[in-house]
Design a protein around this ligand. Structure first.
Ligand code: AMP
Length: 280
């Protein structure tokens, strides 16, 4: 495995691979790797000759009051996990290389970025779309691996890739969860043991919604109300949003019929967590 920090070097090394006709799978991350990231890496490993993982905590996707400074950065551990998973290249660019003086171009995916998480995190998805567009231009992979955990992000990036004619396939992998159902996230590191238990209300509320839908419930307002009750019963939990939307347009649905995405964001103490359920 090679750790590469320089843009020109990763470009040179990957060109060598392309000349040999090797397929390249790419997993962009912000590090603090867990089983969720590793499921993407394993899939990329299975399907490609070369696996590239990027680790870059992208300041442009954090709001001014968000957790950029305290975001976990266990780089040694991350590198060991990548090595064990058979990654070929870990790309860790410096901030200055990604955003040199004078940098002023942003990618905005209109309509999809202002809803759901975009409401409470204005500008977040512009930061995400911009960094992923840049990384795709640098790595030029055949396939990009994303997680369903960040459902809105996956929808936005698919739209961007289509709109900008970026020649890459997208593979979205299911949400990796702890045994008791908590969606794995680097931000779970902020939670106390007590809060980790409290945070189970997110997945529990989704399971409850799934149960009601399986048993014929279709009115989204009523389903959301039932989810609210479960979460509001937990003292440490504060709902940011719960929505049931069309999985392609992210527009709210009045009735569940056919495909749907139930997405929610909930504060557990000082930590904002997201989870979702997708049915196609
Ligand atoms: P991040 O490091 O949080 O930017 O995440 C990097 C990639 O890993 C994104 O495509 C995420 O959606 C994906 N990911 C994060 N957590 C999970 C999870 N629990 N299950 C599946 N994919 C995940």
């Amino acid at each position: 495995m090679r750790l590469i920090k320089s843009l020109s070097l990763i470009n040179k090394e990957l060109n060598k691979c392309r000349i040999k006709g090797q397929s390249i799978g790419f997993v962009p991350t912000m590090g603090a790797l867990h089983e969720g990231h590793l499921s993407l890496i394993r899939k990329a490993r299975k399907d490609n000759d070369i696996v590239v993982v990027s680790i870059f905590v992208n300041p442009k996707q954090f709001g001014p009051k968000e957790d950029l400074k305290k975001y976990p950065r266990p780089i040694k551990r991350d590198l060991a996990l990548c090595r064990k998973a058979g990654v070929d290249f870990v790309f860790c660019p410096e901030f200055k290389q990604m955003y040199p003086d004078g940098f002023s171009t942003f990618v905005t995916v209109k309509g999809l970025s202002e809803v759901l998480c975009g409401k409470s995190r204005p500008g977040h998805f512009n930061g995400v779309a911009t960094i992923v567009a840049k990384l795709l231009n640098i790595v030029q992979p055949g396939t990009l691996y994303l997680g369903q955990k960040d459902a809105q992000q996956a929808v936005i990036l698919r739209r961007m890739i289509e709109d900008l004619h970026i020649p890459v396939k997208v593979q979205v992998m299911p949400i990796a969860r702890s045994k008791d159902g908590l969606a794995l996230s680097s931000r779970n590191a902020y939670l106390s043991e007590r809060e980790k238990k409290d945070a189970l209300v997110l997945s529990q509320s989704l399971k409850l919604a799934e149960f009601f839908i399986k048993n014929g419930a279709s009115d989204t307002k009523r389903i959301i109300l039932k989810m609210r009750h479960v979460i509001e019963n937990m003292q440490s939990a504060k709902i940011d949003y719960i929505e049931i939307v069309d999985p392609a347009t992210l527009k709210p649905l009045k009735k569940v019929a056919g495909s749907f995405l139930i997405a929610l964001a909930v504060w557990i103490g000082k930590t904002r967590l997201i989870d979702n359920l997708l049915r196609r």
